[in-house]
Design a protein around this ligand. Structure first.
Ligand SMILES: NC(=O)c1ccc[n+]([C@@H]2O[C@H](COP(=O)([O-])OP(=O)(O)OC[C@H]3O[C@@H](n4cnc5c(N)ncnc54)[C@H](O)[C@@H]3O)[C@@H](O)[C@H]2O)c1
Length: 398
């Protein structure tokens, strides 16, 4: 790490919900850079007040007011509001860190009430998202601000170790497969496409997809001096808990309005190699997260969660009721894969450290704008492929 920066970086939160609380914990642990949390603007006044009060920071009444007091905006709203938040922040000359996904299709106000994303035609949605990506790219580039894409899979110790292996052993990655699945998206807004920008593919599939696209970038930069990027995609999506015969045993969330709860995606890269993503909201047992890499000179299994760093046997669930065992685990009883430090294991801590160093020491972050643009391009091209029952869609070059 480089030496200490001279002045404090002032951070402002756009949205003060679940993930903003995790970012707050991570900011407390940033080292080598002086960071100051200034405040939050949340569209929901009560959310903003609760978040600000609990952390002793200012509750702003508009994004404009927050922008006046900050150096970097942490975009933590649901996806429908990401693009505007990024563009407004960049145009005000502020650095941006943005949660995944970069953005998503949201209908205009006139069509929002009866919009059903799973039934809507995907070609116009893809074109609208591509236009939005171009606007984000333009705003960030023209204003010369730093943009960190908070894809925590990229920052996990597991994926970073594999990146080092690929880089130093001159690997050619031939195929990869990655998954993030669990028992249901917890955020209420994730039921509706108009807020979430899609279903499992965007909410959880974006994670392994981000890691897979990142590792091919690393390989390309190490071997040829430029990233290897995706060029085509095939996909299927399904609403498994919405099938007429679904038998609800009470363990899996099943009340989605217009989004899928399972997706399968096959990505082809410009060098002819491939990556597969499986993702769903129908998997019990905690978060099912991994990225497998099969290269010409090695194979690696990045086991992200659950992992056996701490395995604990608890004969009586109530004994552990106040202990965070592992996100999305629905029982505290029996043999448990205990997560000793989720912020570290999931890469949240490292992404915050990287974003702060990128600003303080004027360098590009590990996970940046191009990765976020490619991820969204693949996802919305995948939705178009799924509408065509898996027919390949060639990506439009960004
Ligand atoms: N990396 C991860 O593992 C991870 C986990 C959870 C969520 N996320 C991402 O974080 C983002 C937020 O998710 P969350 O779970 O924290 O949601 P949340 O619902 O808990 O919090 C979102 C907050 O944003 C506020 N908000 C909504 N629209 C707004 C607007 N236009 N302007 C200002 N505030 C607004 C809401 O009132 C709410 O308080 C999403 O993009 C999600 O994909 C990432």
């Amino acid at each position: 790490m480089a030496g200490r920066s001279k002045k404090s970086i002032r951070v402002g939160y756009l949205g003060g919900g679940f993930i903003a609380a995790i970012h707050h914990e991570c900011i407390q642990r940033v080292y080598g850079v002086d960071v100051e949390e200034v405040g939050v603007f949340d569209l929901n006044r009560e959310h903003g007040e609760a978040f600000a009060k609990a952390r002793g920071i200012t509750q702003f009444t508009s994004l404009k007011a927050l922008l006046a007091e900050t150096d970097v905006v942490d975009v933590c709203t649901p996806p429908y509001a990401h693009a505007q938040g990024i563009i407004d922040s960049a145009n005000a000359g502020k650095h941006v860190m943005c949660e995944k996904p970069l953005t998503g299709y949201a209908p205009d106000a006139e069509h929002a009430a009866d919009f059903k994303g799973n039934l809507a035609s995907k070609e116009p949605m893809l074109q609208s998202v591509l236009a939005s990506l171009a606007q984000i790219n333009e705003a960030v580039s023209r204003n010369g601000v730093k943009f960190t894409y908070f894809e925590n899979f990229v920052y996990t110790p597991q994926v970073q170790k594999e990146a080092e292996i690929v880089r130093k052993s001159n690997s050619q990655i031939l195929r990869m497969i990655g998954d993030e699945s669990h028992r249901g998206n917890l955020a209420t807004y994730s039921s509706w496409w108009k807020f979430a920008g899609g279903g499992s593919l965007i909410s959880t599939g974006s994670h392994p997809l981000g890691a897979i696209l990142y590792l091919k970038r690393v390989e390309g930069e190490a071997s040829y001096g430029k990233p290897i990027r995706p060029v085509a995609v095939s996909a299927r999506v399904h609403g498994l808990t919405g099938i007429p015969g679904y038998r609800d045993a009470g363990f899996i969330r099943c009340n989605y309005y217009d989004v899928e709860d399972y997706a399968w995606v096959h990505v082809v890269f410009e060098d002819g190699t491939v990556g597969d993503v499986v993702t769903g909201a129908t998997v019990l047992g905690g978060i099912h997260d991994y990225v497998d890499v099969f290269a010409n000179n090695h194979s690696t299994r990045c086991i992200i969660n659950p992992v056996s760093l701490v395995d604990s046997y608890n004969p009586k669930g109530s004994q552990f009721q106040d202990i965070n065992i592992n996100t999305q685990i629905t029982t505290q009883e029996g043999w448990l894969h205990v997560a000793p430090d989720e912020n570290w294991m999931f890469g949240y801590q490292a992404e915050m450290q990287d974003a702060m160093e990128a600003i303080a020491f004027d360098r590009q972050p590990i996970s940046g704008l191009q990765l976020s643009l490619d991820t969204l391009n693949v996802i919305y091209s995948a939705y178009l492929s799924a509408e065509r029952l898996g027919q390949e869609v060639v990506l439009q070059r960004l």
